[in-house]
Design a protein around this ligand. Structure first.
Ligand SMILES: C[S@@+](CC[C@H](N)C(=O)[O-])C[C@H]1O[C@@H](n2cnc3c(N)ncnc32)[C@H](O)[C@@H]1O
Length: 225
């Protein structure tokens, strides 16, 4: 492991805004994010596959009355977001190191108000499609923790993943679905407050359009009515 990575992991071990294996709250936080971590009752917003957490940190500054949690497998990436949030004195951002597979180990039914997925790996190979973060396998997990009518947002440069997601969300009963194939040429860009993730910067510099969608999750009970 590189020296840089070792330093980042050491920072994560000390940072109070990073929850990872071995930290006191990691095993007990499910259902208690507001009570035990944020110490308020503000809505909880997740950024899945957050990488360096630019969206979580950016939105946390725009919306001080919401709580943001960036989630990723990779500790060295989370460390950058954690340090930035600390430098900015933000108390409404946390980072959780886990595989999103295990989301329900960390969030109770209805604990999450909103979910952002920013530039996830497209997993375009047929045998990997189940690993897409917008595959029904994952959508079921999001529905299990989401509040009624909570928004799911996706930003990606990958048209194949975007088309797949639009289709899956329609089947999944997500309502008020709105989408644009070119965010920065659309009226929806105002909702983004100029925040760009690292991967977004890479792709927009190469001239790729950003695709964006949002839709509201219905609870299972509403779908069955
Ligand atoms: C292409 S990067 C995008 C990072 C960031 N959202 C951005 O736009 O700069 C995808 C990220 O997803 C994370 N990831 C992929 N599958 C994951 C999973 N099942 N659980 C947690 N993180 C995952 C990877 O570790 C990686 O940091």
């Amino acid at each position: 492991m590189s020296r840089k990575k070792r330093i980042k992991f050491a920072n994560n071990a000390l940072a109070t805004n990073v929850l990872e294996v071995g930290k006191p709250l990691y095993e007990t936080i499910k259902g208690k994010w507001n009570e035990s971590y944020f110490l308020n009752s503000n809505p909880i917003v997740l950024e899945l596959a957050c990488g360096k957490g630019e969206y979580s940190v950016g939105l946390a500054q725009v919306f001080p009355n919401k709580n943001f949690i960036g989630i990723d497998l990779k500790g060295d990436r989370l460390a950058s977001g954690s340090q930035r949030a600390t430098e900015l004195g933000l108390t409404n951002v946390a980072f959780l190191r886990t595989n999103i597979e295990f989301l329900q180990n960390f969030f109770e039914v209805g604990e999450v108000a909103e979910i952002w997925i920013t530039f996830p790996d497209p997993f375009n190979l047929k045998k990997r499609i189940r690993r897409r973060l917008t595959h029904p396998h994952f959508l079921e997990k999001y529905r299990a923790v989401m509040q009624q009518d909570g928004f799911l947002h996706l930003k990606t440069d990958n048209r194949e993943l975007f088309d797949f997601t639009l289709e899956e969300l329609a089947h999944f009963g997500v309502r008020d679905l709105e989408a644009t194939f070119d965010l920065y040429q659309s009226e929806m860009q105002d909702d983004h407050h100029g925040i760009k993730t690292r991967f977004e910067q890479i792709f927009t510099e190469k001239g790729f359009p950003v695709h964006y969608l949002r839709g509201r999750f219905l609870l299972m009970t509403m779908l069955n009515e």
